[in-house]
Write a protein that binds this ligand. Structure first.
Ligand code: AMP
Ligand code: MG
Length: 406
C-alpha cells in the first residue's frame, strides 16, 4: 500500500503532455498554452484618453477654475495625426481616442461645464491625469502569458488584443474508458436481477470531458482473461486508459494481471484512501493506466483525487489541485488512523468561517450523498475520530454555493 500523497506524487511524476498543436483562439479557451507568448506590439499602441472629456496642456490649467477655447473633437476611432492642442486651447476627446500632440492631461467632462466652444475647468488638473500611456500594460517583445497557463476569458481577451487568431496549446489527451464485469449491461436496457447498468463509463467520460480530455468509451471487458486481453489492448492505444472495477482481490478481478501480461508496469496497487483503497496505477510505455475500483462512489472519488490532476498535468498545466481551505465540522465522524478519509459534505459560511456538515450516509454504496456533496473533506491519514467543532480541510467538489453562504 502507498500513502495518498505518495500515490499522487508517483502519478504526477509519471505523466507528461501528449503533444502540442495550434488551434483557433476560441477553441483554445479552457486549454493550456504550450509556449510563452510574446507581445508583437506595445499595449496600448498609442497614448489615449481614459475618459470622455477634454485634452489639455496641464500648464494652461495651473489655476482652476479657468477657461479654454475648444478647437476640435476626437471621438474613439479617430486619428490624432496632425492635431495639436495649442496653448490656451482644449480638444474635446472621447474614451479610447488617441491623445493629440501637446496634450499631457485629460479633464473628465464631469469636472467641466461641458462647453462646446469654450470650456470651464472646475477642478485642479494634474499632469498625466486620465491618459493611458503607450506600453503601460505590456511592452512589445515581452512575454505576457507564460506556457502552462490555462486560457480563461482574460487570456482570450489579451491574446485577441494582440491579434493572435491561432494559439499554441497542449493537445487534449484521448482517454480510453473501460468497464469490467459480467454483471454490467449498457444504458438503454432495464437491468434484471444481478445486472447493473454500466454507469461508471458515463460518469468517468463526463469527468474526463470536464477536465478537457477526450473520452473514448470502449465498452465492457467480461470477467475472462480473453475478454480483458482484447479490451485492455484496445484501451492501451489511447493517450491514457481508465478502467473501473476488477481491481480488488476477488476471484474475478483480472485487470492487474492482464495489464501485466500485456507489458504494463504496475507502479502501485492499493492506496491509503477511503473510499478507493484498491486503486492501481501502471505505465504502458509512457501511457498511464488508472485502474479505479468499481463502486461508483470510489470510482468518482479516486478520479477526483488522482486522475483529474493527472489529466490536467497531461495538458501541460502546472498547478493541478483544487484549492483547500479550513471548515469547522458540524457533526462527528468516526475514523481510524492509517488512511486518508474522504467525507462528502455540504458547506455554509457564518461569521466569516466555513462550516461543513456531512452530506449524509457516507457508505461507498450510497450515491445520493455524492450528488448532494458540495465539497469533500480530506481527513489526513494520522487523524482519529473527528468531533463536532474540529477543523478539517475541504475542497470544493462541483456545485456552487448559495449566495447567503458567501
Ligand atoms: P468489483 O471491483 O468488480 O468487485 O466491483 C465493485 C462494485 O462496483 C460492484 O458492486 C459492481 O457491481 C460495481 N460496478 C462495477 N463496475 C461498474 C460500472 N461500470 N458501473 C456501475 N457500477 C459498477
Ligand atoms: Mg467485477
Amino acid at each position: 500500500m502507498v500513502s495518498f500523497d505518495e500515490a499522487r506524487r508517483i502519478i504526477l511524476e509519471s505523466v507528461r503532455p501528449a503533444g502540442t498543436e495550434r488551434v483557433q483562439l476560441l477553441d483554445a479557451a479552457g486549454r493550456v498554452l504550450s509556449e510563452d507568448v510574446v507581445a508583437p506590439w506595445d499595449m496600448p499602441l498609442w497614448d489615449n484618453s481614459a475618459m470622455d472629456g477634454y485634452a489639455v496642456r496641464s500648464e494652461d490649467c495651473t489655476n482652476t477654475p479657468c477657461s479654454l477655447r475648444v478647437t476640435g473633437f476626437l471621438p474613439a476611432g479617430a486619428k490624432a495625426d496632425g492635431i495639436t492642442v495649442e496653448p490656451g486651447c482644449a480638444i474635446r476627446i472621447m474614451t479610447g481616442a488617441p491623445t493629440p500632440s501637446g496634450c499631457d492631461a485629460v479633464v473628465p467632462v464631469e469636472e467641466t461645464d461641458n462647453g462646446l466652444r469654450e470650456v470651464a475647468l472646475l477642478e485642479p488638473v494634474k499632469k498625466g491625469q486620465h491618459i493611458r500611456f503607450r506600453a503601460e500594460d505590456v511592452t512589445c517583445g515581452t512575454v505576457f502569458i507564460r506556457r502552462g497557463t490555462r486560457i480563461r476569458p482574460p487570456e482570450v481577451n489579451m491574446l485577441a488584443g494582440f491579434g493572435m487568431a491561432l494559439v499554441p496549446v497542449f493537445r487534449r489527451p484521448v482517454v480510453a474508458i473501460l468497464s469490467t464485469g459480467d454483471e454490467l449491461v449498457e444504458l438503454g436496457r432495464t437491468p434484471e436481477a444481478g445486472e447493473i447498468i454500466n454507469s461508471n463509463a458515463l460518469s468517468i467520460a463526463a469527468a474526463v470531458q470536464d477536465v478537457g480530455g477526450i473520452p473514448r468509451v470502449i465498452g465492457i471487458a467480461r470477467d475472462t482473461r480473453e475478454s480483458h486481453l482484447e479490451k485492455l489492448a484496445e484501451g492501451l492505444k489511447a493517450d491514457a486508459l481508465i478502467t473501473s472495477a476488477g481491481v480488488s482481490a476477488g476471484d474475478c478481478d483480472l485487470v492487474r494481471d492482464v495489464l501485466k501480461e500485456l507489458g504494463a508496469q504496475q507502479l502501485f496497487w492499493k492506496v491509503g484512501i477511503k473510499p478507493g483503497g484498491p486503486t492501481a496505477f501502471a505505465l504502458y510505455g509512457t501511457t498511464p493506466v488508472f485502474s479505479l475500483p468499481g463502486n461508483p462512489v470510489s470510482t468518482m472519488i479516486t478520479f477526483e483525487e488522482f486522475v483529474r490532476p493527472a489529466l490536467f498535468r497531461m495538458q501541460g498545466l502546472h498547478h493541478v489541485l483544487r484549492p483547500y481551505f479550513n471548515a469547522v465540522m458540524r457533526d462527528a465522524q468516526k475514523k481510524k488512523p492509517g488512511k486518508v478519509q474522504i467525507v462528502r459534505v455540504r458547506l455554509e459560511k457564518e461569521g466569516g468561517r466555513w462550516y461543513a456538515t456531512s452530506a449524509g450516509n457516507q457508505q461507498t454504496a450510497i450515491l445520493r450523498t455524492m450528488v448532494d456533496a458540495q465539497a469533500l473533506a480530506v481527513l489526513p491519514a494520522e487523524r482519529t475520530d473527528v468531533a463536532v467543532g474540529d477543523e478539517v480541510q475541504v475542497h470544493f467538489y462541483g456545485n456552487y454555493i448559495e449566495l447567503e453562504s458567501q
